[in-house]
Design a protein around this ligand. Structure first.
Ligand code: UDP
Length: 492
């Protein structure tokens, strides 16, 4: 379908990893609801994950579609069918996956020339996207999937390098130049930040920041009222254009959209809701560590023991049979060894284990859920906020330690489990049963819990208002669309 003469046509290019693809697809759907012709570029095995939601939107009269391009698995040395970061099970494969991403430049350039959209929204990982958009003389919008707070903390770390002035990995230091006093340790920072020589990621990180700096601006899955000081800091101190148009997850309004978001769930939506319907409001703890990361058996056992001792109802998502060992995933091995003897039987009616993919939005939105133990991936953190559910924070890597500080120190809607160690693979430090149990109890019962819940519910209301007509996110998207229309009319 051609776009109408007055209509904006925007192409969306999501990175092939659940935590990046889910919000960018939501974003495309949001743009389409605002009258934009939205085209999502995807690959044969990624598109089916969201094609039904796109079809439903199409049936409601929104101008949204998917363009499929081939994923160069074989050419990049990846096994057939490996088109998503969640299939990667070794560091060699990871390098090949990045190679495949760079090989997508040429077919996407061709696609852009063919469709001639008015704007390209591309994930941060497509480091060549700004250059490609420049060739076509259209704006490239940058999306990195985190919040403003985390972007500001990272910028201050890079700018002032406070981590180079402490004597040990454990010594706390203040991240300078920020609106609040944010403390961290060297142990909680990514490896590439700590190295003195060039790290394998340094080149890619530099390419990403160059492509961000050259882009027309940044789209943020957040809302102004959540982090006003950091929205200002980002614009004024870092000097970049940003539009806060979230929470993007709020575009999933019906039960199908919520239940099918991101993957096929390993539990039926009715079964899941029936289980939750039997529980009192705010009585269930939901535990999920995102789409990619897994714990070793010993850590899972500590969680199981803590859950039992806490006496709380729970839904626990465990990605089945792919536990991490020395940075390699092992299929099937260790599968159930982590469960203490007879655990599931003992917990029957009290606890539900979901092996695989959980319908996270459906669960968080249920009134029975009163707490969320999360790795603080930004999507999960924001989904917790949007559902009004306070959190036990357990960051592991990526931007998760920064997100934790926003939740616990700035917004004061979470209890830290006490994770200290940034690592993508093997962890040297186990979080013990007693620490986990303690955090769960603080989150779920008593005066502290009441305060956390009250503050989170207030943010939930702000999130909803931000996305309604005249709300801050609604207006930010309006302003962006007006800008894009002005650019379109001058280039016609
Ligand atoms: N998610 C889900 N079910 C699962 C695991 C994850 O729906 O069993 C969704 C979750 O709602 C979120 C995304 O996957 O939207 C994970 O993104 P996040 O940024 O939280 O973490 P990542 O997976 O990128 O580490």
């Amino acid at each position: 379908m051609d776009s109408k003469p007055y209509q904006l046509h925007v192409l969306f290019l999501p990175y092939m990893a659940p935590g990046h693809m889910i919000p960018l697809v939501d974003m495309a759907r949001l743009f389409a609801r605002r009258g934009v012709k939205a085209t999502i570029i995807s690959t044969p095995l990624n598109a089916p994950v969201f094609s039904k939601a796109v079809e439903r939107d199409g049936q409601q009269g929104h101008d949204i579609s998917i363009r499929i391009i081939k994923f160069p698995s074989a050419e990049a040395g990846l096994p057939e069918g490996c088109e998503n970061l969640s299939c990667i099970n070794s560091w060699d494969m990871h390098a090949n996956f990045l190679k495949a991403m760079s090989m997508l430049q040429q077919p996407i350039e061709q696609l852009l020339e063919e469709c001639h959209p008015h704007c390209l929204v591309a994930d941060m990982t497509f480091t060549w996207a700004t250059e490609v958009a420049d060739k076509l003389r259209i704006p490239r919008l940058y999306f990195n999937g985190t919040c403003c707070f985390s972007m500001c903390v990272l910028d201050s770390l890079l700018r002032y390098e406070p981590h180079r002035r402490v004597d040990s990995d454990f010594e706390p230091f203040i991240v300078p130049g920020l609106p609040d006093q944010i403390k961290t340790t060297r142990q909680q920072l990514a490896e590439y930040l700590k190295q003195t020589t060039e790290h394998e990621f340094t080149k890619m990180v530099n390419q990403i920041s160059e492509s961000e700096a050259g882009s027309y601006g940044v789209l943020v899955n957040s809302f102004h009222e959540l982090e006003p000081a950091y929205c200002e800091h980002y614009r004024k101190v870092m000097g970049r254009k940003a539009w806060h148009i979230g929470p993007l997850s709020l575009c999933n309004r019906n039960i199908e959209d919520k239940a099918e978001r991101g993957n096929t769930a390993s539990i039926g939506k009715h079964e899941c809701l029936r289980w939750l319907d039997l529980k009192e409001p705010n009585s269930v703890l939901y535990i999920c560590f995102g789409s990619l990361l897994e714990f070793p058996a010993a850590q899972l056992r500590e969680i199981a023991l803590a859950l039992e001792a806490s006496g709380q109802n729970f839904i626990w998502v465990v990605r089945k049979g792919e536990l991490m060992k020395n940075g390699e995933k092992t299929k099937g091995e260790d599968r159930e060894e982590w469960l203490p003897e007879g655990f599931e039987k003992k917990m029957q009616g009290k606890g539900l284990i979901i092996r695989g993919w959980a319908p996270q939005m459906l669960i968080l939105d249920h009134e029975a859920v009163g707490g969320f133990m999360t790795h603080c991936g930004w999507n999960s953190a924001l989904e917790g906020i949007t559902a009004g559910v306070p959190m036990v924070t357990w960051p592991l890597c990526a931007d998760q330690f920064y997100n934790e500080k926003l939740i616990t120190d700035v917004l004061k809607i979470g209890v830290a489990v006490g994770a200290q160690e940034w690592s993508r693979h093997e962890r040297k430090i186990l979080v013990k049963k007693e620490e986990i149990e303690n955090a769960i109890t603080q989150l779920m019962v008593g005066e502290v819990a009441e305060g956390l819940r009250k503050r989170t519910k207030a943010l939930k209301e702000m999130a909803r208002r931000a996305t309604e007509v005249e709300g801050s996110s609604y207006c930010d998207l309006n302003a962006l669309l007006e800008d894009l229309k002005a650019i379109k009319s001058t280039s016609c």
